[in-house]
Design a protein around this ligand. Sequence first.
Ligand code: ZN
Length: 348
Amino acid sequence: MFSVALVRCCGTSAALCSVSLVTDLHLGIDVGGTKILGVILDPSDPREPIAVRRSATPDTVDHVVDSLRDVIEFLRADAGRRGHTVSTIGIGVPGVVDRGGVLRGAPNLLCAVDQPLKDRVEQAVGSPVLVENDANCALWAEAELGVGQGALDIVMVALGTGIGGAVMVDGRLRVGAHGFAGEPGHMVVCRDGVLCPCGRRGCWERYASGAGLAWLAQQAVGRAGETSGASRMVELAGGDPSAIRGEHVTAAADEGDGTALAVFEQFAEWVAVGIGSLINILDPDLVIIGGGLVDQSHHYLDRVRELLPAEVLGAGAHRPTPIAAASMGPMAGAIGAALLASTQRRFR
Ligand SMILES: [Zn+2]
């Protein structure tokens, strides 16, 4: 993937060399439910993007394609002004993607479901693009540059509004027969449980995500009945228990609110139930917790580690499977998309 620019030419790296040479840069985009983030990476130092472009996520697929084209053209022009070229383009999307680059199931990007996103963006920009699940991209970034370096069998669990996921086996992403592997959020952990947006009941993400945290809090306040007004969570939600969201639970727990801390104890139990099942199936080297709730991991991650041995068969026969917080931050998806598009050894 590298042009002559990455050949050491005078005893220092090309980036520092005074001789101007063209570098092939990698472009990555993370498409979220509300925003699009594009980056370009220099392969000699991919951890720090050399340019970033943000845009809002439109609500029609035509405008999504237009926005992706605009982000790509902006970043290409930026690379050109630096005297470089863009050699590969990767796009991470919030849903399952079939091997033809068609989005199949994306609750946070409904307008693009069943749309040939890969073909449409390629036509718009005149270059090949890789379209891949966003959690797969984030896992790739962690494995290449972050907390997953050195591990070959990794499970990533992204705790956000729902639960995203990705699985690496023997150093490659496990995408399955149709491209849909790695969606642990829809493991059913409670038959006839809480209704999930996917249409079924009792999916893991109804209990162990941001939405699950809010639901657990609402249940706890409901059980408290007349005394519910005493919970700081209700105050933060404007006095309406049904308006409690995950951030209210976090804020109340940060202040030491007893009900909120008890909710996080329950939350840790649900997280451990799901991670324990994943370990039982895959026996990974490492489990990475990502997603927006990684920022609140001080409220539940140690407890999850304590609870896991009881969830894992044969847990006493080896050291506990490490459970690590993701380390690549909010650009992990975009960086991973750029890195994935630039490698040939990504899938199995
Ligand atoms: Zn579901």
